[in-house]
Design a protein around this ligand. Structure first.
Ligand SMILES: *Cc1c(COP(=O)(O)O)cnc(C)c1O
Length: 358
């Protein structure tokens, strides 16, 4: 028997979540965000499943764009941080990838480049996040310089919202106002919306949306469960019970003996651990579905195993199915228990976990 740990990826749910983005922002072009191995779901299978319905695939680097190309994906990429060195522009052009330009170095490299065909350029404007992008008062000069370059094809104006997951904060409107005034009169397409803004900020929809996390069925909005937003989980992280131990009152379970059995009780051992990307600092009490029933994690998470309190399901046997997150147990809930966000949990599933596609 092979180790039963796996991430089951539901490509129908993925496509349904894309439709949810389309119905929230009808008629907009879509740069589906598949960086970081499609948030841990597997870059190539995810891209194949979405290809017919999207306009570009947004990735973090040329290597990701190359993997798509080599897998036969014909829909072009968008490099969200542009090139990291000048030489990448030639290859980006060969792949028909669009590049973000956020710095003087990148702009100068573009001006000198002689690519095989014109490159689409996305001007990234810093409207308040203070991570990447041009200050608002430099945008017109950048626009003029790009317009003067025969090697530049289309130009798209973009920005990124720092607090789109909190639609009630005024900071979103401040950023959108800055974007509007920085780009006023520039006749071209615009892109402002990540998943959160797709669902909760129609003013940000523009011409191109950039949905990421919502495609994978996790909630992009703080304090709003994904199910209430019409999103379905795409990844089920699954394993099985590999032993049922009959412990006595006072027995200590796991590293450090953190959990002390308060009475005689059955303890289930599950083949999943931080070596698979299940967070080590998840506390006792974190829910785990065993045969569909929610039971508490007890003791410390090990590299390859966890232990579960089986008192509420004493009939549990070796081989019973376990769900760590997915259908019936939102990844957002587990992320909250771990003090992080679903993005991180999904991305950090390790290569040892086979992805199985449905
Ligand atoms: C990652 C990323 C996105 C997608 O964000 P989600 O919150 O996952 O929807 C959109 N735009 C940019 C620039 C990004 O880097």
């Amino acid at each position: 028997m092979t180790r039963p740990t796996r991430a089951v990826i539901d490509l129908e749910a993925l496509r349904a979540n894309l439709q949810r983005a389309q119905s929230a922002a009808p008629g907009r072009r879509i740069a589906a965000v598949v960086k970081a191995d499609a948030y841990g779901h597997g870059l190539v299978p995810v891209a194949h499943a979405l290809e017919a319905s999207v306009d570009r695939f947004a990735v973090a680097c040329l290597e990701e764009a190359c993997r798509l190309h080599e897998a036969g994906i014909t829909r072009p990429s968008l490099l969200l941080e542009g090139g990291f060195e000048a030489a990448e522009l030639i290859e980006a052009a060969a792949l028909d990838a669009a590049v973000v330009v956020h710095s003087e170095d990148q702009l100068a490299a573009l001006e000198c480049a002689r690519p095989s065909r014109p490159i689409e350029v996305w001007i990234k404007i810093d409207t308040g996040m203070h991570r990447l992008g041009w200050p608002a008062d430099e945008v017109r000069a950048v626009w003029q310089r790009l317009r003067a370059c025969p090697q530049v094809g289309g130009i798209v104006l973009m920005t990124h919202l720092a607090s789109a997951d909190r639609p009630d904060t005024a900071r979103n409107a401040v950023q959108l106002d800055r974007f509007r005034s920085a780009t006023q009169g520039l006749e071209t397409e615009r892109s402002m919306a990540n998943s959160a803004a797709v669902l909760a900020c129609p003013e940000a929809h523009g011409d191109w949306i950039r949905p990421g996390i919502m495609l994978y069925g996790a909630s992009p909005l703080a304090d709003r469960p994904a199910s209430g937003l019409g999103l379905s989980p795409v990844m089920d992280l699954r394993s099985r019970i590999i032993a049922v131990r009959r412990c006595r009152a006072g027995d200590r379970v796991g590293y450090g003996g953190d959990w002390v059995c308060p009475e005689a009780m059955p303890v289930g051992v599950v083949a999943i651990g931080y070596g698979d990307g299940y967070p080590r600092h998840l506390p006792t009490g974190t829910p785990v579905l065993v045969g569909g029933r929610s039971l508490p994690l007890i003791g410390r998470v090990s590299m390859d195993m966890i232990t579960v309190d089986l008192r509420a399901r004493p009939e549990t046997q070796t081989g019973d199915e376990v769900v760590l997150w997915g259908e019936g147990l939102p990844v957002d809930e587990i992320a909250a228990r771990a003090g992080t966000i679903a993005y991180e949990l999904l991305c950090q599933i390790t290569p040892r976990v086979p992805r199985v596609y449905r």
